[in-house]
Write a protein that binds this ligand. Structure first.
Ligand code: SF4
Ligand code: SF4
Length: 195
Protein backbone atom coordinates (compact mmCIF):
# COMPACT_ATOMS: atom_id res chain seq x y z
CA UNK A 1 0.00 0.00 0.00
CA UNK A 2 1.76 3.06 -1.21
CA UNK A 3 2.38 5.66 1.41
CA UNK A 4 1.97 9.35 0.80
CA UNK A 5 2.35 12.28 3.19
CA UNK A 6 -0.47 11.75 5.62
CA UNK A 7 -2.52 14.36 7.41
CA UNK A 8 -5.04 12.01 8.97
CA UNK A 9 -6.70 13.19 12.10
CA UNK A 10 -6.20 10.17 14.33
CA UNK A 11 -2.43 9.89 14.47
CA UNK A 12 0.52 12.22 14.63
CA UNK A 13 2.81 9.23 14.08
CA UNK A 14 3.57 7.72 10.68
CA UNK A 15 5.68 4.92 9.31
CA UNK A 16 7.49 5.04 6.02
CA UNK A 17 8.63 2.11 3.90
CA UNK A 18 10.78 3.32 1.01
CA UNK A 19 9.92 0.34 -1.21
CA UNK A 20 6.20 1.16 -1.20
CA UNK A 21 6.74 4.03 -3.63
CA UNK A 22 7.31 1.69 -6.56
CA UNK A 23 5.73 -1.50 -5.26
CA UNK A 24 1.96 -1.07 -4.63
CA UNK A 25 1.66 -4.86 -4.61
CA UNK A 26 -0.62 -4.91 -1.58
CA UNK A 27 -3.07 -2.42 -3.15
CA UNK A 28 -4.10 -5.24 -5.51
CA UNK A 29 -6.12 -8.24 -4.46
CA UNK A 30 -7.03 -6.54 -1.21
CA UNK A 31 -8.86 -8.11 1.73
CA UNK A 32 -11.82 -6.32 3.32
CA UNK A 33 -10.62 -2.90 4.48
CA UNK A 34 -12.41 -1.73 7.62
CA UNK A 35 -12.97 2.02 7.55
CA UNK A 36 -12.80 4.20 10.62
CA UNK A 37 -14.48 7.48 11.47
CA UNK A 38 -11.85 9.37 9.45
CA UNK A 39 -13.09 7.68 6.24
CA UNK A 40 -16.71 8.56 7.00
CA UNK A 41 -15.69 12.18 7.57
CA UNK A 42 -13.86 12.32 4.23
CA UNK A 43 -16.90 10.87 2.45
CA UNK A 44 -19.24 13.22 4.31
CA UNK A 45 -17.11 16.21 3.34
CA UNK A 46 -17.30 15.24 -0.33
CA UNK A 47 -13.57 14.59 -0.70
CA UNK A 48 -14.09 11.32 -2.56
CA UNK A 49 -15.82 11.34 -5.97
CA UNK A 50 -19.21 9.61 -6.27
CA UNK A 51 -17.88 6.73 -8.36
CA UNK A 52 -15.58 5.78 -5.47
CA UNK A 53 -18.14 6.44 -2.72
CA UNK A 54 -20.51 3.99 -4.39
CA UNK A 55 -17.99 1.17 -4.00
CA UNK A 56 -18.02 1.04 -0.22
CA UNK A 57 -20.08 -1.58 1.61
CA UNK A 58 -21.48 -1.94 5.12
CA UNK A 59 -20.91 -5.00 7.28
CA UNK A 60 -23.42 -5.98 9.95
CA UNK A 61 -21.74 -8.09 12.61
CA UNK A 62 -23.60 -9.85 15.39
CA UNK A 63 -21.92 -9.13 18.71
CA UNK A 64 -21.29 -12.84 19.29
CA UNK A 65 -19.05 -12.89 16.18
CA UNK A 66 -17.24 -9.62 16.77
CA UNK A 67 -14.02 -11.29 17.95
CA UNK A 68 -13.90 -13.45 14.82
CA UNK A 69 -14.40 -10.32 12.71
CA UNK A 70 -11.60 -8.48 14.51
CA UNK A 71 -9.31 -11.44 13.93
CA UNK A 72 -10.17 -11.81 10.25
CA UNK A 73 -9.83 -8.08 9.60
CA UNK A 74 -6.68 -7.54 11.65
CA UNK A 75 -8.29 -5.20 14.13
CA UNK A 76 -6.41 -6.27 17.24
CA UNK A 77 -8.62 -9.13 18.40
CA UNK A 78 -6.99 -8.91 21.85
CA UNK A 79 -8.43 -5.48 22.55
CA UNK A 80 -10.91 -5.63 19.65
CA UNK A 81 -10.78 -2.28 17.94
CA UNK A 82 -14.08 -3.03 16.17
CA UNK A 83 -15.99 -2.78 19.45
CA UNK A 84 -14.51 0.68 20.03
CA UNK A 85 -15.30 2.21 16.65
CA UNK A 86 -19.07 2.33 16.89
CA UNK A 87 -22.04 1.45 19.07
CA UNK A 88 -23.69 -1.94 19.27
CA UNK A 89 -27.43 -1.65 18.61
CA UNK A 90 -29.90 -4.50 18.89
CA UNK A 91 -26.96 -6.92 19.09
CA UNK A 92 -25.30 -5.75 15.85
CA UNK A 93 -22.34 -3.56 14.96
CA UNK A 94 -22.41 -1.83 11.57
CA UNK A 95 -19.10 -0.95 9.99
CA UNK A 96 -18.08 0.69 6.72
CA UNK A 97 -15.58 -1.18 4.55
CA UNK A 98 -13.87 -1.35 1.21
CA UNK A 99 -14.95 -4.70 -0.14
CA UNK A 100 -12.27 -7.26 -0.80
CA UNK A 101 -11.35 -7.58 -4.44
CA UNK A 102 -9.08 -9.60 -6.67
CA UNK A 103 -8.37 -6.51 -8.71
CA UNK A 104 -6.97 -3.14 -7.74
CA UNK A 105 -8.28 -1.21 -4.77
CA UNK A 106 -10.79 1.45 -5.89
CA UNK A 107 -8.69 4.10 -4.14
CA UNK A 108 -5.53 3.21 -6.06
CA UNK A 109 -4.38 5.71 -8.66
CA UNK A 110 -1.45 5.86 -11.05
CA UNK A 111 0.90 7.16 -8.37
CA UNK A 112 -0.48 5.31 -5.38
CA UNK A 113 -3.32 5.86 -2.94
CA UNK A 114 -5.52 8.71 -4.16
CA UNK A 115 -7.02 9.47 -0.75
CA UNK A 116 -4.51 8.69 2.00
CA UNK A 117 -6.60 10.57 4.58
CA UNK A 118 -9.50 8.19 3.91
CA UNK A 119 -7.69 4.88 3.64
CA UNK A 120 -8.50 2.07 6.08
CA UNK A 121 -6.55 1.86 9.30
CA UNK A 122 -4.95 -1.41 8.18
CA UNK A 123 -3.38 0.36 5.21
CA UNK A 124 -1.85 2.87 7.57
CA UNK A 125 0.16 0.24 9.43
CA UNK A 126 0.50 -2.42 6.71
CA UNK A 127 2.41 -4.76 6.52
CA UNK A 128 2.36 -4.80 10.31
CA UNK A 129 -0.31 -5.88 12.74
CA UNK A 130 -0.76 -6.94 16.36
CA UNK A 131 -2.32 -10.23 17.40
CA UNK A 132 -2.24 -11.93 20.77
CA UNK A 133 -0.34 -8.85 21.92
CA UNK A 134 2.54 -9.75 19.59
CA UNK A 135 3.89 -7.68 16.73
CA UNK A 136 3.67 -9.36 13.29
CA UNK A 137 4.53 -8.64 9.68
CA UNK A 138 2.37 -9.91 6.82
CA UNK A 139 4.30 -12.56 4.97
CA UNK A 140 3.23 -11.35 1.54
CA UNK A 141 4.90 -7.95 1.76
CA UNK A 142 7.21 -7.98 -1.24
CA UNK A 143 10.10 -6.44 0.64
CA UNK A 144 9.80 -8.30 3.90
CA UNK A 145 13.42 -9.46 3.69
CA UNK A 146 14.75 -5.93 3.35
CA UNK A 147 12.92 -4.43 6.31
CA UNK A 148 14.44 -3.97 9.73
CA UNK A 149 11.13 -5.04 11.22
CA UNK A 150 11.85 -4.24 14.87
CA UNK A 151 12.37 -0.54 14.14
CA UNK A 152 8.67 -0.36 13.23
CA UNK A 153 7.27 -1.93 16.38
CA UNK A 154 7.21 1.16 18.56
CA UNK A 155 5.68 3.59 16.00
CA UNK A 156 3.10 1.01 14.90
CA UNK A 157 2.02 0.48 18.51
CA UNK A 158 1.74 4.24 18.95
CA UNK A 159 -0.44 4.55 15.84
CA UNK A 160 -2.70 1.77 17.15
CA UNK A 161 -3.04 3.50 20.52
CA UNK A 162 -3.86 6.81 18.88
CA UNK A 163 -6.37 5.18 16.56
CA UNK A 164 -7.99 3.44 19.52
CA UNK A 165 -8.39 6.73 21.42
CA UNK A 166 -9.72 8.45 18.33
CA UNK A 167 -12.20 5.63 17.71
CA UNK A 168 -13.51 5.58 21.28
CA UNK A 169 -13.95 9.36 21.22
CA UNK A 170 -15.96 9.22 17.99
CA UNK A 171 -17.92 5.96 18.40
CA UNK A 172 -21.35 7.57 18.69
CA UNK A 173 -20.53 10.00 15.86
CA UNK A 174 -19.48 7.01 13.74
CA UNK A 175 -22.83 5.37 14.34
CA UNK A 176 -24.78 8.50 13.39
CA UNK A 177 -22.67 9.44 10.37
CA UNK A 178 -22.82 5.92 8.95
CA UNK A 179 -26.60 5.98 9.26
CA UNK A 180 -26.79 9.34 7.47
CA UNK A 181 -24.40 8.45 4.67
CA UNK A 182 -26.08 5.09 4.16
CA UNK A 183 -29.27 6.96 3.26
CA UNK A 184 -27.37 8.91 0.62
CA UNK A 185 -25.20 6.18 -0.91
CA UNK A 186 -27.39 3.11 -0.38
CA UNK A 187 -24.36 0.95 0.31
CA UNK A 188 -24.75 -2.80 -0.05
CA UNK A 189 -25.12 -4.41 3.38
CA UNK A 190 -23.38 -7.71 4.10
CA UNK A 191 -23.88 -9.81 7.19
CA UNK A 192 -20.60 -11.09 8.61
CA UNK A 193 -20.35 -14.85 8.95
CA UNK A 194 -17.48 -16.42 10.88
CA UNK A 195 -17.06 -19.40 8.53
S1 SF4 B 1 3.86 -5.10 -0.39
FE1 SF4 B 1 5.17 -4.18 1.22
S2 SF4 B 1 6.65 -2.89 0.09
FE2 SF4 B 1 4.94 -3.36 -1.32
S3 SF4 B 1 3.56 -1.61 -1.12
FE3 SF4 B 1 2.87 -3.18 0.32
S4 SF4 B 1 3.87 -2.68 2.28
FE4 SF4 B 1 4.93 -1.56 0.65
S1 SF4 C 1 -6.89 2.40 0.40
FE1 SF4 C 1 -5.05 3.24 -0.54
S2 SF4 C 1 -3.34 2.30 0.60
FE2 SF4 C 1 -5.19 1.09 1.02
S3 SF4 C 1 -5.17 -0.60 -0.49
FE3 SF4 C 1 -6.39 1.09 -1.33
S4 SF4 C 1 -4.96 2.30 -2.57
FE4 SF4 C 1 -3.74 0.99 -1.20
Amino acid sequence: MKRAPIMNSYSSTTISIPYCEDCKFCCHGIPTGVCGYHTLVEIGQGTLPPKICQKFVVYRIHKKFINEAASRWWHCPDSNLLTKMTLVKEDFYEILAIAKTRGRCPLLGQDGCLFPDAKPFNCEIFPFYIEEKDFHIASWCKFIDKLDVRTFESPVKTIIEEYEHYSIKNASRYYELLKNLQKKWQWTVHTFRPF
